[in-house]
Every structure is written in structure tokens, then in C-alpha cells.
Design a protein around this ligand. Structure first.
Ligand SMILES: [Zn+2]
Length: 377
């Protein structure tokens, strides 16, 4: 299996190029749809039945296979890169000491992984033409999957496993992910002339600033949870006591219980008089993706460990990571979930993101073998 995929490496590289050269920032639904259409074409070239381009809550998605398969391959085609990035980071293939390196916006996170998923399916179907396996590629993963979440949950309704083709760090699988929560806090004060009558104002910016400092106390260093103020704005003019301010928080934690504790804490702080001093605040957001516990991946990790020698591949290991993905959603639904099955390389969301081409057939082989193992066990 690994050898046959190996012989298709040049094709895999071409297909990755086709996806990378259609830029698809999450914020641009038209652009994302074009990337989905390219993936549909690739599925048409390689798979015996056509894929479907669908729109769910405004989010373009690609679905192949049954709507609710026993094994769900999951990924996304949106990227963090705005249209035009290709001019700065053009598609390139270079032979370096570490191997053949592919570059281009979104190649690592996760267009190469999407190609690997399609090639893995070709292998699965070659061995088991009736395989109850499906592929779902979404286009709002990088902005929290609010629009595709319901579809992801529906798609894994009867799944025995969700295999997520997100990129891997040093090849390692991702067996646990932190949960994420996002908050947008709006502070309302009272405007006043900063020169004539400052005392009659209530400074929303200062209340927000006290809050931004106070939320740090909700982080638990021992539990490795973090609460990070990420965005702030306030005020109207240079000589007015600001009557409003907004603050965004990014929260990460290894357990849902810790996410819940921090959620309670945020809601308590915004009503704390010593911080607000006459201002009041309301909060949008909350727990976004639940933490993905190691237990969700346990059985799948040991299967990969056992399968690798039969493929002539060294077991890549597994590790827990801070970033969240759609694997958090499937794990939350109680579906055994293994993430980081995608491309080998580095630099997710960074200008130097790259993929090791030679690893693509191997990774596709691992996914195919795991699917077959699950379906024939
Ligand atoms: Zn990703």
C-alpha cells in the first residue's frame, strides 16, 4: 500500500499545487467555494463516485461518501492567509537536505492533508470497495467552525472514529488538544468632555484595562490554562472620556472543568464593582471547543502503533497540543478521535510553512490502513 502510494507522489504534489493555488481565506466564502470545487474535481479524478459541493449555514463544504459514515475523515480547506498572499509566498517545490519541500499559503494547514485524505480513500476502496467511510472538508475551521459545527456533529452521528487530517508536528499524531473559549466583552461608561467636565464621565477604557489585568488571575499555571487578552478598542475622540470599550479574550485549557471554572470567573469579574467603578459590561461568547481528552484517542493511537510495522513505517508517536481543531468537536460528541494525521512539516499559520513531500504517501498509507483496520475489525 505504502509502495503504491509512493509511486503516485508526483501526482500528489500536482494535486496539492492545484489546491494551494486557489487561495481560500476563511473570511471569503466565494474563494473558499472555489477551493472546494477544486477538491471536488480531484475526488472526481481519483474516486469511483462523485463528491458533493454543499453549503451549510453559508459555509461551503465538500462531502464524499455516506453522509453519516462509520469512519469519518475530516479536514478543512480554509486558510489564515488573505487573498494575494500567493504573490509573497508563491507555490514552490525545492529539493533541500531534509527532502522535497512544498511551500505556499495553507500547504501545511491543511491542503496537503486534504490531498492525502483523497489518496487514502483510493487505497481503502482498492481493498474494500464497499467501505463505509466518508470525507468532510469544511471552510470555517480557522475561525472557530461556528457555521459547520452542526454539520460536523451530524456527520459523525454514527461514526466509530473521526480521523482528522490536520498537520502534525514532527510527524507526531495529536492525541489531546486544549479546549478554547472566546469572549468579547463590551464595557459601557459615560462620555464627558475631557477638559471641561471629566469628573462627570465614567471611563470605559479604564474599566476595561482593570478587567484586562484582572482576568490573568483566572489562569491556572499548574493546569496550564491560559487567559489572554487579545484585542481591545475604546473611545471616540481624543478629548472625550470614553463611553465604551471592547476587549477580547482567548482562553485555553486541558479540561472542560477548567474551561467552566474560567467561564464562571469571567462572568463574575465583569460585575465586580472594584473593577467597573460605575461602568457596566456585557459579554458575548463562551466555551467554543471543548478540550479533547487523551482518552478520546487512546484506542486509535494503539491501532496506529500496531499498524505502522506492517506498513514498513516507524510509528510517529503522539502528543498533546495547545491548539484546537474540529477534532475537539467530534471528541465532544463522544466519537473516538485521532488528529494530526495530515502533512508532515512545520510553520502552521506562519510565513515559512512547509510540507515534506516524501512523507505524503506514508501518511496517506497510515490513514488508509487505519480505516481498513477499523472497518474490518
Ligand atoms: Zn488546520
Amino acid at each position: 500500500m505504502a509502495t503504491r502510494l509512493q509511486s503516485r507522489l508526483a501526482e500528489m504534489i500536482d494535486d496539492t499545487r492545484a489546491l494551494v493555488e486557489v487561495e481560500s481565506p476563511s473570511s471569503d466564502p466565494e474563494a473558499c467555494r472555489e477551493a472546494i470545487v477544486v477538491a471536488e474535481r480531484l475526488c472526481g479524478q481519483h474516486l469511483p463516485t462523485p463528491a458533493r459541493v454543499e453549503t451549510h449555514e453559508g459555509c461551503s463544504v465538500l462531502r464524499w461518501g455516506p453522509d453519516t459514515p462509520r469512519v469519518l475523515l475530516l479536514g478543512h480547506l480554509d486558510t489564515v492567509w488573505p487573498c494575494g498572499t500567493l504573490r509573497d509566498i508563491p507555490w514552490s517545490v525545492t529539493v533541500e537536505e531534509r527532502g522535497t519541500v512544498l511551500r505556499g499559503p495553507g500547504v501545511f494547514d491543511m491542503k496537503a492533508g486534504a490531498v492525502q485524505a483523497i489518496y487514502a480513500l483510493t487505497e481503502v476502496l482498492a481493498h474494500l470497495p464497499t467501505a463505509d467511510v466518508g470525507l468532510l472538508l469544511t471552510t470555517d475551521e480557522e475561525i472557530g467552525s461556528a457555521r459547520s459545527k452542526a454539520l460536523i456533529l451530524e456527520s459523525c452521528e454514527r461514526a466509530e472514529a473521526a480521523l482528522v487530517l490536520e498537520p502534525s508536528i514532527d510527524g507526531a499524531l495529536k492525541n489531546a488538544r486544549k479546549g478554547t473559549s472566546w469572549y468579547q466583552i463590551t464595557v459601557h461608561g459615560r462620555a464627558a468632555h475631557a477638559g471641561l467636565d471629566p469628573a462627570s464621565g465614567i471611563n470605559a477604557m479604564l474599566a476595561m484595562a482593570r478587567l484586562a489585568l484582572a482576568v490573568g488571575s483566572l489562569a491556572d499555571e499548574a493546569a496550564e490554562s491560559t487567559v489572554t487578552p487579545t484585542l481591545a478598542s475604546a473611545g471616540t475622540t481624543g478629548n472625550t472620556v470614553p463611553d465604551h470599550a471592547t476587549l477580547m479574550l482567548d482562553v485555553r485549557a486541558w479540561s472542560l472543568a477548567d474551561q467552566q471554572r474560567i467561564d464562571d470567573g469571567v462572568r463574575a469579574l465583569i460585575t465586580d464593582d472594584s473593577l467597573m467603578q460605575g461602568a457596566h459590561a456585557d459579554v458575548e461568547g463562551g466555551i467554543n471547543r471543548h478540550a479533547m481528552p487523551e482518552s478520546a484517542a487512546l484506542s486509535l493511537v494503539s491501532r496506529v502503533d500496531a499498524l505502522c510495522p506492517t506498513l514498513g513505517i516507524t510509528y510517529p508517536g503522539a502528543r498533546a497540543v495547545g491548539g484546537a481543531s474540529d477534532g475537539n468537536i467530534t471528541a465532544e460528541a463522544g466519537v473516538p478521535t485521532l488528529d494530526g494525521l495530515g502533512a508532515v512539516g512545520a510553520g502552521a499559520h506562519a510565513i515559512d510553512e512547509w510540507v515534506l513531500a516524501e512523507a505524503m504517501p506514508q501518511r496517506a498509507a497510515i490513514v488508509a490502513a487505519l480505516v481498513l483496520d477499523l472497518l474490518t475489525a
